[in-house]
Structures are given as structure tokens and as C-alpha cells.
Design a protein around this ligand. Structure first.
Ligand code: TMP
Length: 264
């Protein structure tokens, strides 16, 4: 008798590997794979502010799938394999480097606050910052000196991470510009992917309106998680508009009511 190659394992029977603020990782169907599940939880200020926003996980799953697929296709290595369903994607298991890599093109958020630069000021060049991923410490900003001294990444790995960050920034800037959106800044995470004797650094986690600042070019309207951080409302509408402009959602699709349908 023939058995299907991939077993369907109901979510509540899969082994939970890790639960974060907006996502859960489960054991994947094959060794070296994981299932990344997008929740509807929105948090800010290290989870001091928390809300469930119906449909956010569905939208982030789709938007992140779109971006990671495009990155893979232009030769930027990522952990992404394929989307499985409305809230889940199959990814390669990587060793997460405990850094949040922020790339900024326009002053906003913590940069504006710390340095007194007005939000919306175009920066003279793209700036890369590193934050140590540690909720207990509130993700403090760190320098390359800290990163190498404490062994979070080697100098070679930092070079690789910065090269990836620049390629992702160039790609995303063009992608969003093409649909009338200004990429103000974004956060990415990297992981070590082990393949036999080889190890390479790949882009991991997610890239979505939760982890980017996206402003409409004409109106400067915010189309990202600042709508939640700053109590502006309209988050689902904004994320849906991002998805619609990228050609992911068709008119009529409603992420709150069962989720978007695949565009063929
Ligand atoms: P910041 O201006 O608050 O430092 O944020 C810079 C970018 O990083 C912005 O696009 C939002 C994103 N970000 C995250 O994805 N996670 C975080 O925990 C923080 C603080 C920022």
C-alpha cells in the first residue's frame, strides 16, 4: 500500500520548538525543517502593549512569503522553503544569531528620538544598526565590538550579515518604490544554515509590515506596525493595502474571514 510522502500532523500534536511574541515554531515534517506559524498577536515596547488583531498573522504570512520567495529567486539565501497554509510556512532550521539587524534609509522611530533628527529626514546613506536580541535587557543596541567580544558572531559573519542587509535593503527599496511605498527602515534576523561540512548565513524570521516602516509615497500615511504602536488604528486595512499593491491579495479577499485566496 502506498502512503503519502508527507504526513499531515494536526497542529496540537506537533512538537512546539519555540514560542515568540508573534510566531510559534513547530517541528517540521523532515529533519532540518520547521513550521513557522504566524499568530495574530501584536506587541510593542517589549510586549508591555499587547493586542490580538484578527487577520494580522494571515497577512504577514503572505507578505513574508512573497518577499522571501523573491529574495531566494535573486540569490539572497533565506530560511524560507514554502508556504503551507494561511498561517504557516515550511522553513529550514537555522541557528539564529541573537541580533536584530536594523537598516535605515529615512530617520524615524528610535533614531529620531535618540539623535533628535526629525522623522522623515532622508539619511545621507543607509545606516545599519545591531541590537542584541534579549527581551530581559530590552534588546539593547550593540556595536561590532560587543558582538565579537561576546562571541555572538565572528567578524567574517558580521561582514556577511552586512552584505546581506545591504542586498535586502536594495531589493526591498525597489520592490516597494514600484508600488508607491517608501521603505523607511526594517529589521531582519539571520541564522546559520548547516549543510554537511558547510555553514552559511541566511536571512531568517520574517519580513513584513510588523518589521518594516512603510510610508505611502504620496500621502506619507503609515502602512506598518507604527499604526499599532502609536494607537492610530487601521492596521489590517494598511497591511491589506500593502498586500494588494504587491499583487498578493485580490479585491474581495478578506483576511479576517477565512483568509486570502491564492492568486494564480
Ligand atoms: P526602531 O526605530 O524602533 O528602532 O525600529 C527600527 C525598525 O525595526 C522598524 O522598522 C521596526 C523594527 N523593529 C522590529 O521589527 N522589532 C523591534 O523589536 C523593534 C524595536 C523594531
Amino acid at each position: 500500500m502506498d502512503f503519502p510522502k508527507t504526513r499531515y500532523i494536526p497542529m496540537n500534536r506537533r512538537r512546539r520548538i519555540y514560542e515568540g511574541k508573534a510566531k510559534v515554531l513547530f517541528e517540521g515534517p523532515e529533519p532540518g525543517t520547521l513550521v513557522q506559524h504566524f499568530k495574530d498577536d501584536a506587541t510593542a515596547f517589549n510586549a508591555k502593549k499587547h493586542e490580538i488583531i484578527d487577520g494580522k498573522g494571515v497577512l504577514n504570512n503572505r507578505i513574508s512569503e512573497y518577499i522571501f520567495t523573491q529574495l531566494n529567486s535573486i540569490g539572497v539565501p533565506t530560511h524560507f522553503i514554502k508556504r503551507l497554509n494561511m498561517r504557516e510556512q515550511l522553513i529550514r532550521e537555522v541557528e539564529i544569531i541573537p541580533l536584530e539587524v536594523v537598516v535605515r534609509n529615512v530617520a524615524a522611530g528610535s533614531l529620531s528620538q535618540k539623535l533628535g533628527i526629525e522623522e522623515g529626514t532622508q539619511l545621507p546613506r543607509s545606516i545599519i544598526e545591531f541590537y542584541y536580541k534579549n527581551d530581559k535587557l530590552n534588546d539593547p543596541m550593540v556595536s561590532e565590538e560587543h558582538i565579537t567580544a561576546f562571541g555572538w558572531a565572528t567578524p567574517q559573519e558580521i561582514d556577511d550579515i552586512m552584505a546581506l542587509a545591504i542586498r535586502v535593503n536594495d531589493f526591498l527599496t525597489g520592490l516597494f518604490l514600484g508600488v508607491g511605498i517608501r521603505l523607511v527602515d526594517f529589521k531582519m534576523e539571520c541564522g546559520r544554515l548547516y549543510e554537511g561540512e558547510m555553514m552559511r548565513i541566511v536571512v531568517a524570521d520574517e519580513i513584513s509590515p510588523d518589521s518594516c516602516r512603510l510610508w505611502d509615497i504620496k500621502s506619507s500615511d503609515k502602512m506598518d506596525k507604527d499604526r499599532f504602536r502609536r494607537d492610530m488604528g487601521g492596521l489590517i486595512e494598511a497591511y491589506s493595502e500593502v498586500a494588494r499593491r504587491l499583487g498578493i491579495l485580490t479585491e474581495g479577499d478578506n483576511p479576517k474571514a477565512g483568509g486570502p485566496k491564492l492568486v494564480s
